[in-house]
Design a binder for this molecule. Structure first.
Ligand SMILES: O=C(O)CCC(=O)C(=O)O
Ligand SMILES: [Fe+2]
Length: 209
């Protein structure tokens, strides 16, 4: 799918550190392991078996990792005004979980709470911010919400964020778990969705102008 291939990293650019590929691969493998463990915890919290998300639901992740750079406000287009900040518009993530590793010392990520207010999710050294994605909202029948978030870098410093997206298998047909349907009095809040179709349609609306 062209839209998904358009931003893939080329691992052997000459200005990358010599062990860049190995570091990224190790990081991805550790993030995959942590995400799988978080999913086991969530499965238990929802009252299911710990393996609820194994198999195509979340055991064979179509992971994505993005290394995102946000130029500082002053260098973005020559002026330092609040209109010049560089960020990322409000959206929900698409899959199961996102592990957001933010640059220390810059508060730019904001999440919308249930009262509809935007609150900061400041970097906390040694921790990830963990977003819930749309597929986990569906699987949990809405017991977990995929939280709206956005990024506004008002600082004058270039901000880097490493976001690891833990997703279902590309072809997975995702629907509310029985245990979560029972918890909501037998009501199915969401229709079945095929993860790959959801991903492509959201990437097209978010990134293609
Ligand atoms: O830069 C961030 O802190 C978050 C980026 C983000 O929300 C995303 O890539 O989906
Ligand atoms: Fe996001």
């Amino acid at each position: 799918v062209d839209v998904l291939l358009s931003c893939n990293i080329v691992f052997d650019r000459p200005h990358y550190p010599p062990n860049f590929k190995e570091l990224m691969e190790e990081y991805i493998s550790l993030c995959t392991e942590v995400s799988r463990k978080i999913m086991r915890g969530i499965a238990l919290a929802l009252g299911g078996s710990p393996d609820e998300f194994e198999g195509e639901r979340g055991g064979d992740a179509f992971w994505v990792m993005r290394l995102i750079g946000y130029p500082g406000a002053s260098t973005a287009n020559g002026k330092c005004t609040s209109e010049n900040d560089i960020g990322c518009g409000a959206h929900t993530d698409y899959g199961l979980l996102t592990l957001v590793n933010q640059d220390e010392n810059i508060t730019a990520l904001q999440v919308r709470n249930q009262a509809g207010e935007w609150i900061s999710a400041p970097p906390n050294p040694g921790t990830f911010v963990c977003n819930i994605g749309d597929m986990l909202k569906i699987l949990s029948n809405g017991l977990y919400e995929s939280t709206l978030h956005r990024v506004i870098n008002k600082s004058q410093t270039y901000r880097v964020c490493v976001a690891f997206f833990y997703e279902p298998n590309y072809d997975a047909a995702v629907e509310p778990l029985e245990v979560c349907v029972r918890k909501r009095g037998g009501t199915r809040k969401f229709e079945k969705a095929v993860y790959g179709e959801h991903l492509v349609s959201k990437v097209q609306t978010n990134f293609v102008t």
